[in-house]
Each structure stands twice: as C-alpha cells, then as structure tokens.
Design a protein around this ligand. Structure first.
Ligand code: GLA
Length: 388
C-alpha cells in the first residue's frame, strides 16, 4: 500500500538549501515551513461567520529565502516549470499570474502591513498535493510569509497574526480567490496531536486534542482537480450572502433553520440549509470525538456529506464513490472535505482497516474508470515554523 509520504522536515530543508544554492548561486538565509490541512467538519462555514475543525497535515510546503541588495523579486518552485521575476514596485493585486502569485502576493501584503521586505530570491518545495483540496495555496503563502518575517527580523510567534492576515490577503486580494480564512488560520496556529476549533464570529481558536484511539485519519485525493477561482466557490458564497440579506441577519451564523426553510428561492434555501446544519454539526463532532463515540462521528460525517452533495452541490462522482466505499470497507466515518468540486475525502478508519479501505477505494476507482486516487495519513501536526 503506498501513501503520499510527508518526507522528513530536516532532510527536505537540507535538500532545498542545496537546490537554492544551485539555482541562485548562493545559499538561502532562512527556510520557512507551513502545513496543508484537512478539515474534519464545518465546510463553507468560515465565510458565514461559522465554526470549522481542521487538522494540519504532516505534509508541508518549504520556502527558502535570501534577501537581495536590490528591489528584484525572484520566485521559483521545484514543482513548477515557470518561475517569475519582477520588481517590488510591480507587485499588487492581479500582478502575477499562476502559482507564483501566491508567493509574490505575500511579499506585497507584508509590505502593505508595514514590514520592510526587501528584494528577495525564493525557492519553494512542497509535499502538499496541489489542487487536492488540502490547502496547498495556504501552505505556500504561509511558508513564504514566515520565511520573509524571519528575514526582516520579526519574531514569527509574536507576528502570527500578521502572518495569517498577510496570507489571507494574498489569496483574496492578490490572487482573487474569495475564500474564508480557515486554511491560513490553521496553517499558522495548528498544534501537534490536535484539531483547531475556529469560531469565525468571535475569532476564538480552541485547541481540541485528538485521541484517535486506534484510528487513522485517512485522506483520499480523488485527483479531480479543484480550483477556487473558477466561479463555483464564489457562486456559493454569493448565495449565502443573499440568504443572510433576505433573512436580515449579519451572517448565516445568526440564521435558524425555520427562517431558512421559508426562504423564497429554492437554490438559495438549500445553500443556506447546508450552512446552518453544518455549523451545528461542528460542536457535535467535537463532543463525539472527545468521547470516542465513533458511531456518532459516522452519522455526523454522513449527514455532512449528503448536505454538501445535495444541498450545497459541491461533491462529484469520484468523491461520492471514495466516501461510500471507505465506509463499506470499514471506515467508521467519511465525508468529502475542503472547498469541493473535486479534491479530497477524509475518513476515520480503524488502524487495522486502513489497508483494506485503500485497496477497496483503488479497486472501485478502476471499476468506475476514474483516475487512480492517492491516499495519505493525516497525522495531526503543528503550524508554520522556521526550520533550522
Ligand atoms: C476552501 C477555502 C476555505 C473554506 C473551504 C470550505 O478551502 O479556502 O476558506 O471555505 O474551502 O470549507
């Protein structure tokens, strides 16, 4: 059974340092690291002032940086063919296309936040599968951001809020993905061995220790690529905002099901129903996980998946298949996770059933004629850090 390997942070850092020296002719002065994430429950609730419960993955993005003596910014990746270079003055919303926009975007947002980020050379390397709904973009933004903060002598712990904010603004203002902030928040604030309960109304974050008692969080990447800039995500967000307006509430966090069921437009009603019921599922999941009530976690994940499939309409045949087959093969709970329109599912699987679940999902994908999926173990990991 092959699972996507997160690699060893020390070895990846050393190899990136060497790669940087080869590429730019001098070694980097700092390497930043930030993880991808898998969300356990609370989907499309962050931009509705709701609750989410993500876990940081051991799979991370690493960004090596070295300040330059001029105002040039050079960005390259070990995973991407195109590099980008331009001057500090060129940066800003929509200035840099493609993957490099996320990295160059953080140079701009940190400068906007008052940090004197100089011209810089950057090289990134990532173990977070791209386009898989596991937050490869937030991992990129936060790894670059923490490297840059360290480069200008700002303590990353003291400036955690600046880092999170700069990463969020790079994604929403520079790249133009209308996302809600969950991914960057967990990439910065995650703790090892725990999930992070985030309340987007009060801005409160609570560390929720996870005792999985012989279970594995198994992520299946369907390899159906998902993009959050192509309209589907933004349309869902617009429907939620329309529902809140019609209900006369500041956000769907303040809506109740009775009001939602009376909404005039059938589609908007279903979108809002997903959000209101999904927010209620978050504290239920926290309690069920705390008491190892796996059957209940299973029913909640099942209700969440149906809600995303039928009411929010963000699932796809590959995700539905991965979820159904995981449960058939012994997972106690499974649902799609992340933004949707492809991407990944997450399952809670008794350790001794992991192999069987992986095989069953792989076989079902062959039978259905789907592209081969890939799987990874979501060992709850820590947030962004500066490496060695
Ligand atoms: C993407 C976005 C997040 C969140 C999720 C759905 O990952 O970046 O802000 O909205 O989708 O829960």
């Amino acid at each position: 059974m092959s699972l996507v390997d997160p690699g060893d942070a020390g070895a990846l850092t050393d190899s990136l340092r060497a790669g940087f020296a080869d590429h730019y002719g001098e070694p980097p002065t700092v390497v930043g690291r930030a993880p991808g994430r898998v969300n356990l429950i609370g989907e499309h609730t962050d931009y509705n002032a709701g609750l989410v419960l993500p876990v940081a993955l051991p799979h991370a993005t690493y960004a090596a940086a070295r300040a330059r003596g001029d105002d040039l910014v050079r960005v390259a990746s070990r995973q991407q063919d195109e590099a980008w270079e331009g001057s500090l003055g060129e940066l800003g919303p929509d200035a840099v296309a493609g993957w490099a926009g996320y990295a160059a975007g953080v140079v701009w947002t940190l400068r906007e936040a008052g940090h004197d980020v100089p011209g810089v050379d950057l090289l990134v390397d990532s173990r977070v599968p791209v386009g898989s709904g596991l937050s490869s973009s937030a991992a990129l933004e936060c790894s670059v951001g923490i490297a840059l903060l360290s480069l200008v002598g700002a303590d990353p712990v003291e400036h955690a809020h600046t880092l999170m904010d700069a990463a969020i603004r790079a994604e929403t203002e520079v790249v133009g993905a209308p996302t809600g902030g969950m991914d960057q928040t967990v990439a910065v604030h995650a703790s090892e061995g725990a999930a992070l309960l985030i309340d987007f109304e009060s801005d409160e974050r609570t560390v929720v220790p996870l005792d999985l008692a012989g279970h594995t969080l198994l992520v299946t990447d369907t390899r159906v690529s998902h993009a959050l800039t192509d309209g589907g995500y933004g349309a869902r967000r617009a429907d939620c905002e329309a529902a809140a307006r019609e209900l006369g509430v500041p956000s769907l966090r303040r809506a109740d099901l009775e009001g939602v069921e009376a909404l005039g437009d059938e589609r908007v009603r279903r979108r809002a129903r997903h959000v209101v019921t999904e927010i209620a599922r978050v504290p239920q999941t926290v309690a069920a996980l705390r008491d190892s009530r796996w059957d209940e976690v299973g029913s909640i994940f099942d209700a969440s998946h149906r809600s995303m499939r039928d009411d929010f309409e963000i699932s796809c045949p590959e995700l539905d298949c991965a979820v159904a087959i995981a449960v058939q093969a012994g997972a106690v709970a499974a649902r799609m996770t992340g933004g949707g329109f492809g991407g990944s599912s997450v399952a809670v699987v008794p350790d001794e059933r992991v192999d069987a679940v992986v095989r069953a999902v792989d076989a079902a994908f062959v039978l259905e004629g789907f592209r081969a999926p890939q799987h990874l173990r979501a060992v709850p990991s820590g947030g962004a850090s500066v490496e060695g």
